[in-house]
Every structure is written in structure tokens, then in C-alpha cells.
Design a protein around this ligand. Structure first.
Ligand SMILES: [Zn+2]
Length: 141
């Protein structure tokens, strides 16, 4: 991180401390360990719904995000809560994508809280933080 960015970050942190109750700062989000099964050329994430719930997002949105990032097809099964991905993919890339999703679509960039909502206003997607009230435009999924 370059110095000006560190300063910006420190400033944001300070501002967050002033506005937000302390508990929001340290909120941790532990994504459940992936339960992966390979079936031929497909990969199934068995506990996909649980992961989406942990990230507090609709499984459909997380499905679209993952399939777009992996540049492949697949489908989410509502009944079983499993995601089927039409390619062989190992644990690590999926975990990295889930972390990226958390950073972009769940965690507030201002105060670091995960108490956020993702809303659509016309064609714009906005991450709204319930803890500090910050709004951040994010890339549509
Ligand atoms: Zn916030």
C-alpha cells in the first residue's frame, strides 16, 4: 500500500471509530469450509446455501457471481442447496472468489462492518452499510 492510501485508510478508520459503535469494527466472517465433490467434469459445492447465508446474500446472486468469475455455466439447486459448476475447479480458486465477493459485496469499505445490504437502484448496485450508513456503488452482478 502506498503512503497516501495508508493515510486515507487511517482517516477512514478514525472516522469510523467516531461514528460507529465499537462492536462493528471487529466483526469477523468465517466462511464455512467448502464441501466439494467432483462428478466427471463437474464440481458440486454441497454446502453452497450455507455459504451464501453466511455471506448474507441470495444464493442466486452468489451463483451468478461465481459462474461469471469462473467463466463457466452451472446451476444452483434450491432443494438441496447445492451449486453445480460445469468445470473441474479446486478449493483454492473458489475460496479466493468468495473472499473477493465478501470484500466487494458484503463488507463496508468505510467501517468494515458486515451489517450491510446490497440494493439495486435502476441499473446501479449499491452496498449500503447499516452500521455507519455509508453507500458504495459496486459492479453489477
Ligand atoms: Zn459501514
Amino acid at each position: 500500500m502506498e503512503e497516501s492510501r495508508i493515510k486515507d485508510y487511517m482517516w477512514l478508520l478514525e472516522r469510523a471509530y467516531m461514528k460507529v459503535p465499537p462492536k462493528a469494527e471487529s466483526e469477523d466472517l468465517t466462511i464455512p469450509e467448502l464441501e466439494l465433490i467432483r462428478v466427471g467434469d463437474q464440481t458440486i459445492i454441497r454446502n453452497f446455501r450455507e455459504i451464501a447465508e453466511k455471506l448474507k446474500r441470495e444464493p442466486g446472486i452468489l451463483t451468478r457471481y461465481l459462474l461469471r468469475e469462473l467463466n463457466t455455466g452451472g446451476s444452483y439447486d434450491e432443494g438441496s442447496g447445492q451449486l453445480r459448476v460445469n468445470m473441474k475447479v479446486s478449493r483454492k480458486p473458489i475460496e479466493q472468489l468468495l473472499r473477493k465477493f465478501e470484500k466487494t459485496y458484503v463488507r463496508c469499505p468505510t467501517c468494515n462492518s458486515i451489517d450491510t445490504r446490497l440494493v439495486k437502484r435502476e441499473r446501479t448496485w449499491i452496498l449500503i452499510c447499516e452500521a455507519c450508513g455509508a453507500e458504495q456503488t459496486v459492479k453489477p452482478i
